[in-house]
Design a protein. Structure first.
Length: 218
């Protein structure tokens, strides 16, 4: 019902989709709004633009909390937010607001690639934790994929590879990381070398081997 002094209801849509940043970096939503509103008695030009801009600003806060992969849930949350009571505006009053979210073809392709990359990294981490840290499981994995007796040479090579991976993670990587951090603390090349030699000598002492001398390093 419209009172005699009220202005007629208007409907505003978006001629082009508006971008809304999602919680997934580099992959925005595209939003198309359908807005039902009524002007107040105050006069103002370009009211349609003002209504779209205000609604889009309100939608930005909600969309930024959702990942691009959760598009249906993001749309539901956005429409729930837009349908909540709106603060009074001196130039118009929102009667109803609805948004339709979508992803551009480029964003869908980027999201699919990012999802595949994430799954690949997760699988590699799983294999490292549950397979390649245990040399015996490497051989079992090879047997499962290619049934039949493995040559002794291949079995030995697989075991050596698994032990090397495990040894690098447990020993050499931490050592080289500390080495680099220690060297970065000195701007002078000679001091960097002395610091690194001190680290090597400490490691050698733990192993019961002879310390590394300056002349030997050179």
């Amino acid at each position: 019902m419209r009172w005699p002094w009220q202005r007629a209801e208007r409907t505003t849509t978006c001629p082009l989709p508006r971008l809304l940043a999602s919680a997934t970096p580099g992959i925005p939503f595209e939003a198309v709004y359908t807005l039902h509103w009524r002007p107040t008695l105050r006069r103002r030009s370009n009211l349609d633009d003002l209504v779209r801009a205000d609604i889009h600003q309100k939608a930005t806060e909600t969309a930024a909390r959702w990942d691009a992969a959760d598009l249906p849930a993001a749309q539901d949350a956005l429409n729930a937010s837009l349908s909540s009571p709106h603060e009074g505006h001196r130039h118009y009053r929102i009667l109803a607001a609805q948004a339709v979210l979508r992803l551009s073809p480029e964003s869908r392709e980027r999201l699919a690639q990012r999802t595949a990359d994430t799954e690949r990294v997760r699988r590699l981490q799983f294999l490292k934790t549950h397979l390649y840290d245990h040399p015996g499981l490497v051989v079992l994995d090879r047997l499962e994929r290619h049934p039949g007796r493995l040559p002794d040479e291949e079995t030995a090579a697989l075991q050596r590879l698994a032990r090397t991976i495990k040894g690098c993670d447990q020993w050499w990587y931490p050592l080289l990381e500390q080495w680099e951090q220690l060297g970065d603390g000195f701007s002078d090349t000679d001091k960097q070398q002395r610091a690194m030699l001190a680290l090597l000598n400490s490691v050698a002492a733990l192993n019961g081997t002879a310390p590394t001398t300056q002349s030997h390093a050179n």
